[in-house]
Design a protein around this ligand. Structure first.
Ligand SMILES: Cc1cc2nc3c(=O)[nH]c(=O)nc-3n(C[C@H](O)[C@H](O)[C@H](O)COP(=O)(O)OP(=O)(O)OC[C@H]3O[C@@H](n4cnc5c(N)ncnc54)[C@H](O)[C@@H]3O)c2cc1C
Length: 284
């Protein structure tokens, strides 16, 4: 294992000062569930490990008026048990249900999940659903980065080596139907091969009045599905209509990824996952 200098700042300004001078040579570590894999395999080519896990500025989940704020240092276990998320961001909470095992959930953070920029990051589709903005700090100030711009490609983020994600600001959704589901190689303890988050509201006539949909793991970066949202909004969801919309979703996925050897099974899988999530809307 390489020889790192371990730094644990007491507060955010101290961490940002350190990164300003040493960012290029530093790996930030929060829960360490991704970073430690690179440390152990010898792949991490840095001088310093900057531990941000104890910074108070990165903690907490709060509702400030119309802003639902989730600190980047919030763990998946905190997401799993938060009453505030249960009533304002249920899909995000559901993304923690089948996330690894409890030991990992107790230390893995939402900030690390986003910054790692894995296409399989389970919290990202739900953050897209809620139009989340990441508040990102460096020594010179704060930048607001929309979730769509956080990952530039698989495992590449738009963060500079001097920046730390402080928190995410989400639009809260109440009184609707929300879900997150994933498909992995196994039922438990599986990295997503495909994931989907949705939030739906219907009006008094049974029409879909509001729909947000995001897809993860099967595209290079998780993405919102505006074409499907537009197709279904204003319509009464029936089994046939949802099947058609699922087909549109699969076509959109293929437009992004191109036709691959896996398309033959991913196409029906994405349509099936969409049906599984949206079917409770039929006749309800
Ligand atoms: C056994 C196992 C099972 C797993 N299962 C899942 C799963 O089911 N779903 C899933 O999505 N992931 C899974 N993961 C991956 C991992 O647990 C998550 O990506 C986790 O959320 C990473 O958070 P962390 O705090 O541990 O990040 P770290 O490992 O500490 O950091 C990850 C990356 O983010 C950077 N970083 C961390 N915090 C910040 C910040 N605030 N600002 C800027 N950069 C930052 C680090 O420098 C590093 O590049 C699994 C991992 C393991 C080992």
């Amino acid at each position: 294992m390489a020889d790192f200098k371990y730094i644990r700042p007491d507060n955010l300004p101290e961490a940002l000062d350190f990164l300003w001078d040493n960012g290029q040579d530093t790996a930030i570590i929060a829960g360490g569930t991704d970073v430690m894999i690179d440390v152990k395999s010898g792949k991490l080519d840095k001088k310093y490990l900057l531990d941000i896990s104890r910074l108070d500025e990165l903690k907490g989940i709060e509702l400030n008026g119309r802003d639902l704020c989730v600190g980047s240092g919030v763990t998946l276990s905190e997401i799993y048990t938060s009453a505030l998320l249960a009533s304002n961001a249920l899909a995000l909470q559901k993304s923690a249900v089948n996330f690894a095992a409890r030991q990992i959930r107790n230390i893995a953070t939402i900030g690390g999940n986003v910054a790692h920029s894995s296409p399989c990051g389970d919290t990202v589709p739900s953050l897209l659903l809620h139009d989340a903005i990441a508040l990102v700090a460096d020594k010179k100030g704060i930048q607001h980065i929309p979730m769509e711009q956080m990952a530039t490609s698989a495992y590449m983020s738009s963060l500079t080596p001097q920046q730390i994600i402080v928190k995410f600001i989400l639009t809260p959704y109440q009184d609707g139907y929300a879900d997150f589901q994933k498909i992995g190689r196994r039922k438990e303890l599986a990295i997503s091969r495909m994931s989907m988050a949705a939030f739906v509201k219907k009006d008094s006539t049974g029409r879909i009045s509001f729909l947000k949909l995001a897809l993860g793991a099967c595209t290079p970066v998780p993405c919102s599905m505006g074409a499907v949202e537009a197709f279904l909004t204003g319509k009464v969801p029936t089994r046939e209509l949802l099947w058609e919309a699922g087909g549109l979703l699969a076509e959109r996925m293929i437009e992004i990824t191109g036709n691959r050897s896996s398309t033959i099974y991913k196409k029906p899988a994405v349509q099936g996952l969409f049906m599984r999530i949206l079917f409770p809307m039929v006749g309800s």
